[in-house]
Design a protein around this ligand. Structure first.
Ligand code: ADP
Ligand code: MG
Length: 248
C-alpha cells in the first residue's frame, strides 16, 4: 500500500555468497521501497543474516548488485564508511560499551564518524534516547538497564545517525519474553515515522501487524514474497507452509 509511488531505497540483484564450498546466497533479489517494512523469515541457516550483512557490506557478495539510496555499495570507488552511515543496523547482541552511559554510547559514532562537537552530539543523543523511550535514563550504564532497554539504546545509537534504512537482525531474540514488547513498540513507532526497514525476526505477530512485505527464505533462496496476509494466510510454497505451521 505505502510502497506504490515510492522509489526503491535498497536494490539487491542476483546476490551470490559462498563460504568455501557452501553457497549461502544463491541469486537473491531484494527490493525495498522508501518507507516500506520488509520482514524476512526462514529456517535457521537459510542465509537471512548473510543477506542483511551484505546490505551494509559486513559481508561482500561474490556476485550481484547492491545499491542503497542510489549508492553502488560494491563499487571500489564507494567510500564504504560514508555509505554505512545511511544504513543503521541492530543485532541480537546490543554491543554497548559497558563503561559508557547510554548517552555516551549513542554519542560515540556522532563524534567519531560524523565529527559532531560534544554539545551537539550530546543533544542529538538525548533526542534519540527520548525517541526510544529512554529520556529518563540517558546517564545510566548498560548494567543498570534491562536487556530491552539496552537494545533500545542500540536502536537509538543507530537512528541518531539519521540512516535512510534500518536493518534489524533478530533484535528481540536475546530478550526475556516480558522485554520483547517494548522493543517491538519502538520498532513500530519507527515504522510509523516513515523509516525504511528490513527486519529478520521470529516475531510473527509483529510481522502480521507491521510488515508491508514478508519474504520467506530457505537454503539461500528467496522462495516466496508477498503481503503478510498472503504469506501467513495462503502461502503458495510447501516449504513456507511447513515453516509457518511449525512456528505458530
Ligand atoms: P540465518 O541467519 O538464516 O540463520 P546465516 O546467514 O547466518 O543464516 O547462515 C547461512 C549459512 O552460512 C549457514 O550454514 C552458516 O553456517 C553459514 N555461514 C554464515 N557465516 C559464515 C562464515 N563467516 N563462514 C562460514 N560459513 C558461514
Ligand atoms: Mg541469522
Amino acid at each position: 500500500m505505502r510502497k506504490t509511488q515510492s522509489p526503491p531505497i535498497v536494490q539487491a540483484q542476483a546476490l551470490w555468497k559462498r563460504f568455501g564450498p557452501l553457497a549461502v546466497l544463491k541469486g537473491v533479489d531484494l527490493n525495498v521501497a522508501e518507507r516500506e517494512l520488509v520482514f524476512i523469515i526462514g529456517p535457521s541457516g537459510s542465509g537471512k543474516s548473510t543477506l542483511l550483512r551484505c546490505l551494509n557490506r559486513l559481508e561482500t557478495p561474490d556476485e550481484g548488485i547492491i545499491t542503497v539510496d542510489g549508492i553502488d555499495l560494491l563499487s571500489p570507488k564507494t567510500d564504504i564508511n560514508k555509505a554505512r552511515q545511511r544504513i543503521g543496523m541492530v543485532f541480537q547482541s546490543f554491543n554497548l560499551y559497558p563503561h559508557m552511559t547510554a548517552r555516551q554510547n549513542v554519542m560515540l559514532a556522532l563524534r567519531k564518524v560524523q565529527g559532531r562537537g560534544r554539545d551537539e552530539a550530546a543533544e542529538m543523543a538525548r533526542a534519540a534516547l527520548e525517541r526510544v523511550g529512554l529520556g529518563e535514563r540517558v546517564d545510566h550504564y548498560p548494567a543498570q538497564l534491562s536487556g530491552g532497554q539496552q537494545q533500545r539504546v542500540a536502536i537509538a545509537r543507530a537512528i541518531a545517525l539519521a540512516p535512510r534504512v534500518m536493518l534489524f537482525d533478530e533484535p528481540t531474540s536475546a530478550l526475556d519474553p516480558e522485554l520483547v514488547g517494548g522493543v517491538l513498540s519502538v520498532m513500530r513507532e519507527l515504522r510509523e515515522s516513515g523509516m525504511t526497514m528490513v527486519v529478520v525476526s521470529h516475531e510473527m505477530a509483529f510481522a502480521r501487524a507491521a510488515a508491508d512485505t514478508v519474504v520467506f527464505m530457505a537454503d539461500g533462496e528467496k522462495l516466496e514474497e508477498g503481503p503478510p496476509d498472503q504469506i501467513f494466510g495462503a502461502p503458495r510454497h510447501e516449504r513456507t507452509r511447513a515453516f509457518i505451521r511449525q512456528i505458530d
